[in-house]
Design a protein around this ligand. Structure first.
Ligand code: NAP
Length: 244
């Protein structure tokens, strides 16, 4: 299995892209730590996976207790972590211009999309250090790479996330990647673009190939690189890679 021996933490695993990636990574042989706040939804993610392939960690990443719960679970799992996929995200109120954007939402979207990613990483570095080929993947957005009216703090936070990833790429011993999933069939997308027919959108599984590839220990892509997941739909994730 291409990812056998790799331990992968996926935030936002209780819904959407994070949930879909859990089964993709487990299907490729990885051991998965899956986290999210909603315990029922997280349990559904885990129930869909083969027994023993994933550990569910109910946790709010905006709290220190939540981040510590994630670290404790990794400790219990042997203390090694090879890949972190920061898929947790908050949209905030859609269609609100910056001039009218409410302060509370401004702060909470930044807290989830940027500050928690940073603070969680600080806690996880020690585990990633035990990996021979550690990887950090951030989930960006089209509106994190170019401005667009009405996307508010979501767009601002994804620009900030890109800055965080670009900085980390120059500091981290392993590799750091930004992936823009592109419009994907998830609950967040349904709120962000109401009226859109979900059937016209790729699923989390459709966009998985680049996520799978970059988690592999011998992926040749350079640290700091930016990807659009849609460019990789239908591609073979392991093409040109060595066996683990
Ligand atoms: P989603 O279905 O709304 O899932 C978001 C996930 O984030 C949920 O599992 C949620 O879990 C988790 N989360 C939110 N706040 C949290 C907190 N405080 N602590 C822990 N977990 C928290 O969204 P999605 O569409 O899959 O999006 C996944 C990522 O892709 C996001 O970063 C998003 O910005 C990005 N993205 C998505 C699209 C798209 O079209 N879908 C496009 C571009 C980028 P709980 O509610 O259980 O906590």
């Amino acid at each position: 299995m291409p990812l056998s021996g790799r331990a992968i933490l996926i935030t936002g695993a209780s819904s959407g892209i994070g949930r879909g990636l859990c089964s993709e990574y487990v299907g490729a042989g990885a051991r998965v730590y899956a986290t999210g706040r909603n315990e029922v939804a997280l349990a559904e993610t885990i129930a869909d996976l083969p027994e023993g392939s994933a550990v569910g960690i109910p946790a709010d990443i905006t709290t220190e207790a939540g981040r510590r719960a994630i670290a404790t679970a990794i400790d219990h799992g042997g203390g090694t972590l090879d890949v972190v996929v920061h898929a947790a995200g908050l949209l905030g109120p859609p269609g609100v211009p910056l001039a009218a954007y409410p302060e509370e939402e401004w702060r909470s979207v930044f807290e989830v999309n940027v500050t928690s990613v940073h603070l969680l990483h600080q806690l996880l570095v020690t585990y990633l250090d035990s990996s021979t080929a550690p990887v950090v993947i951030g989930l960006s957005s089209t509106v994190g790479r170019q401005g667009r009216a009405g996307w508010g703090m979501y767009a601002v936070s994804k620009h900030a996330l890109e800055g965080w990833l670009a900085t980390l790429a120059h500091e981290f011993r392993g590799k750091v990647f930004s992936i823009n999933p592109g419009g994907t069939r998830t609950p967040m997308r349904a709120v962000a673009v109401p009226g859109e027919d979900p059937a016209t959108l790729p699923t989390a599984s459709d966009i998985a190939p680049i996520f799978l590839r970059l988690a592999h220990s011998s992926a040749p892509e350079p640290t700091g690189a930016l990807f659009d997941a849609r460019d990789w739909i239908g591609s073979h994730p392991w093409e040109g890679l060595e066996s683990p």
